[in-house]
Design a protein. Structure first.
Length: 98
């Protein structure tokens, strides 16, 4: 699968998640805001990983990401992945009780 197909599938996946959330009856602004934040954070987690993958595998050596920028992308993977997981778990526990 090439990058454009992967990106398109991720975008349509996000649209599908949004449709499912609305059809499930979630209509409170704070619930929608939390869902949007978790999905957005997860998408940034995936996006950062894809940036590293594409930059390290496809781009020519002189223009590849390295050094501080590569470290920042690695940090964003850890940050967005961890915060998305924590928020998701917390919200599931709140929704279904402890």
């Amino acid at each position: 699968m090439n990058e454009s197909k992967l990106y398109a599938s991720l975008v349509w996946g996000l649209v599908t998640i949004g449709i499912i959330v609305l059809l499930a009856g979630f209509d409170q602004p704070i619930v929608l805001l939390v869902i949007s934040a978790v999905v957005g954070g997860f998408m940034m987690f995936l996006y950062s990983g894809l940036l590293i993958l594409i930059n390290r595998k496809i781009l020519p050596e002189p223009i590849r990401v390295r050094g501080l920028r590569l470290g920042a992308l690695g940090w964003s993977i850890l940050l967005f992945g961890t915060l998305s997981a924590i928020t998701f778990i917390t919200q599931i526990q709140t929704l279904f009780g402890d």
